[in-house]
Write a protein that binds this ligand. Structure first.
Ligand code: NAD
Length: 255
């Protein structure tokens, strides 16, 4: 007797900052790969457009708001993949030019938007879920043109690596994607200067490819770099020095 083959269950995915640039490319890529995608963005119209394009669900929300995450988690029945991607820049190299409001805005979106997202979504992702955080090469190297932005991206890389073991105990993988410079609206006026200099830019689809690689890899606590010509490369961290006193070699803190 022929056995009926149950159709493969579609994955449920969520992408923050999904209305534009890299997030929008991730939304398309996840949908192409067969996922039902929830598009979260503070830009309500953009979220609706991006969701309509893939038959997904738009959610207008500010990822920096704790209450927004409570509401998002409450309306999701299940979740397999979360791409915490929304991010903003200060647009200035000079700390003296950054207003209190701008400082809070950048930390709110780039840092709170990921921490609150991981915390709110983890219960839904338990037992096989995967998180990819859009960090940046600015999280792995110094960026004097926007120190605050670079600081938030360093936070993300350190957070992903450090929170990975406790999430692994709950059956959740978390990884960071660290792109070089991507041709998106985030570049603002800098885009013309980069183009005039002939600087090679990534396409948002390249980053979506890196995200797909990170999702498929099976590892956790890793950072994937993404550059033109090499869109998904596992970053090898150098170890830090341990104690250099007799008997202290190779020990790690018992914490
Ligand atoms: P983008 O400006 O094209 O898109 C960012 C999206 O995030 C927009 O749709 C915006 O409305 C949304 N957003 C902003 N604040 C939000 C909030 N509070 N709540 C919800 N949504 C919010 O920028 P992009 O280049 O696609 O950036 C996406 C991510 O990639 C960011 O985290 C950015 O730091 C990172 N990144 C970008 C580049 C680059 O060169 N473009 C390089 C490395 C990493």
């Amino acid at each position: 007797m022929d056995r009926a083959v149950a159709p493969a269950k579609r994955e449920a995915a969520l992408v923050t900052g999904g209305a534009s640039g890299i997030g929008r490319a991730i939304v398309r890529r996840l949908a192409q790969d067969g996922a039902d995608v929830v598009v979260v963005d503070v830009d309500e119209v953009g979220a609706r457009r991006a969701a309509e394009e893939v038959g997904g669900t738009p959610v207008a929300a500010d990822v920096a708001e704790p209450g927004a995450w409570t509401a998002i988690a409450a309306r999701l029945e299940r979740l397999d993949v979360a791409c915490l991607n929304a991010g903003v820049v200060t647009g200035t190299p000079l700390l003296a030019d950054v207003s209190d409001e701008d400082y809070r805005r950048v930390l709110g979106v780039n840092v709170d938007g990921v921490v609150l997202g991981v915390r709110a979504l983890a219960p839904l992702l338990e037992g096989g879920g995967r998180i990819v955080v859009t960090a940046s090469l600015a999280g792995l190297t110094a960026v004097p043109s926007d120190p605050l932005y670079a600081g938030t991206k360093h936070f993300l890389v350190g957070f992903v690596r450090s929170v990975a073991p406790q999430l692994a105990e709950r059956g959740i993988a978390i990884n960071a994607v660290c792109p070089g410079i991507v041709d998106t609206p985030l570049l603002g006026d800098g885009r013309a200067r980069l183009e005039a200099a002939g600087f090679p830019l990534l396409d948002p689809d390249d980053v979506a490819e890196a995200v797909a690689t990170a999702l498929a890899d099976g590892g956790t606590g890793q950072a994937w770099t993404c550059q033109p010509g090499s869109v998904a490369e596992l970053y090898r961290f150098r170890g830090v020095p341990g104690p250099r006193v007799p008997g202290g070699e190779g020990v790690t803190p018992p914490l």
